[in-house]
Design a protein around this ligand. Structure first.
Ligand code: ASP
Ligand code: MG
Length: 463
């Protein structure tokens, strides 16, 4: 089971998580993965940014806040006799973070590998508290730093697990605990390279940590505890009529996550595919809700299942000015530049005699994408073979996801009609590369309207 930041957000939330653990571990062995307490990772990252710009007073204020939050939780959660020990451990973990922050402040720079080492501190603190609480409640438990278990490549900030070595470590480190009836409380989000350099799996990566461990431990099921009732037909803040889906397929959940649904980290399902391990997305604030079951296949009719959207995106257009230019080569070099920028291409469309093409990236990946593109085509741009790269940030992405959508006649037409009847302009469309997603780029100020219109047209309310 994995508990997210809200589920670890206070002593009260940790108690609820503890009850869930007690209930489940009575029947079968359970390992848990925990996120940092809510907002802690943001606080740590903010502290490192302040350190980079040498704002000493701000660093101290943040560290004070970090310490207070965890000491207070510890005092509220743990029995008297565990206090001194817990307090000392909290302080020693925070001291490690402080040392790295000071290093960053001295360098005036935040090297990615130092950042990765520093920010896993949030998960180490919550794992410490949660393991202490379980022990105190009579459930044998041990906090485990995932840097001892999850072996990754060395892409700091967005590392990928090496499943073979990770399995060996899990068998060596976690299995003996499980065999002895001790519940491992593993830090989410982090890992380490084979030679021990700390890494992280990307923001929101604790879901991914949990699925990696579920796969290597041959888990029967993975339960992901969050603060919403499950995967929904749309973001309920945009669409009041949005409903919880009782079941979705791996592919649907992955597409939804990739296209902006916040409920799961997009890479979560990949490690589970081979063994078909089912995942439950459940709400620790609403235990009666059944949640969503995510599995390889479901027994529901094909068709649109949910609509997601992303507001912070940018559409970049590249257009050759000279027909002599080999446009396929231009496209391949442009994609190479985006790969070098470590940017994700959310949508890509191309057409027309002039061989122009455009692609959609996340707004926060735009500056480095442009930098790489413009340097890759410096000569062509300088000599006018390529028109200046155009950027439109006044756009949003909407995606309709459902198994077998490509095979349903008339669905695209209905969706486009619904969007245009809501008076929203469609700017780009991508369908066909995936069986199950139609991605549509619209004007940013029409995004919410378009999501509601499509949700309505597809009859998703109350499904
Ligand atoms: N604490 C990390 C984050 O906020 C990982 C996670 O919560 O999944 O990104
Ligand atoms: Mg999360």
């Amino acid at each position: 089971m994995k508990f997210g930041g809200t589920s670890m957000g206070s002593a009260g939330r940790m108690r609820v998580a503890g009850n869930i653990c007690a209930g489940q571990s009575a029947g079968r062995p359970v390992a848990i993965v925990v996120s940092a307490m809510s907002k802690v990772t943001d606080l740590l990252l903010d502290t490192l940014r302040k350190a980079e710009s040498g704002e000493q007073a701000a660093i101290e204020t943040n560290l004070k806040q970090l310490e207070e939050r965890h000491l207070e939780t510890s005092r509220e959660l743990l029995p008297r006799e565990m206090q001194d020990n817990a307090e000392a451990e909290i302080q020693s973990i925070i001291a490690e973070f402080r040392r790295i922050a000071q290093g960053v402040s001295m360098l005036g720079e935040r090297p990615p590998r130092a950042v990765d080492e520093a920010i896993a501190v949030g998960e180490r603190l919550s794992a410490l508290l949660m393991a202490g609480h379980l022990e105190a409640s009579g459930i044998p438990a041990r906090a485990v730093n995932a840097s001892q278990v999850i072996v990754t490549d060395s892409v700091f900030g967005n590392a990928t697990p090496l499943m073979g070595p990770t399995k060996d470590r899990a068998v060596a480190v976690l299995q003996p605990l499980l065999d002895k009836g001790v519940m491992p409380v593993v830090t989410g989000f982090n890992g380490a390279t084979a030679d021990g350099r700390p890494t992280t799996l990307g923001r929101g990566g604790s879901d991914f940590s949990a699925s990696i461990l579920a796969a290597v431990l041959d888990a029967a099921e993975l339960w992901i505890w969050t603060d919403v009732d499950g995967i929904m037909t749309a973001d309920p803040r945009l669409v009041p009529a949005a409903a919880v889906l009782p079941q979705v397929t791996y592919a649907e959940a992955a597409e939804l996550a990739y296209n902006g649904a916040k409920v799961l980290h997009p890479r979560t399902l990949a490690p589970l595919v081979e063994k078909g391990i089912p995942v439950w997305s459940k709400n620790s604030l609403h235990l009666e809700a059944p949640g969503t079951r995510i599995s390889p296949t479901v027994d529901a009719p094909n068709g649109p299942r949910a609509v997601t959207s992303m507001g912070s995106v940018a559409l970049v257009s590249v257009e050759p000015a000279d027909p002599e230019l080999n446009s396929v080569l231009v496209m391949s070099r442009a994609l190479g530049a985006l790969a070098a920028a470590d940017a994700e291409v959310l949508v890509l469309t191309s057409s027309s005699y002039r061989q122009s093409f455009c692609f959609l990236v996340r707004a926060d990946e735009l500056p480095r994408s442009l930098e790489r593109l413009e340097s890759a085509f410096a000569l062509e741009l300088a000599h006018g073979y390529l028109k200046p790269v155009e950027v439109d940030e006044n756009v949003g992405l909407l995606a309709i996801v459902g198994e077998g959508m490509r095979g349903i006649r008339g669905i695209a037409g209905r969706i486009f009609t619904a969007i245009s009847q809501a008076n929203v302009n469609i700017i780009a469309i991508a369908q066909g590369s995936s069986e199950l997603t139609i991605a549509i780029v619209v004007r940013r100020d029409g995004l919410e309207k378009a999501v509601r219109a499509v949700h309505d047209e597809c009859g998703l309310a109350g499904t």
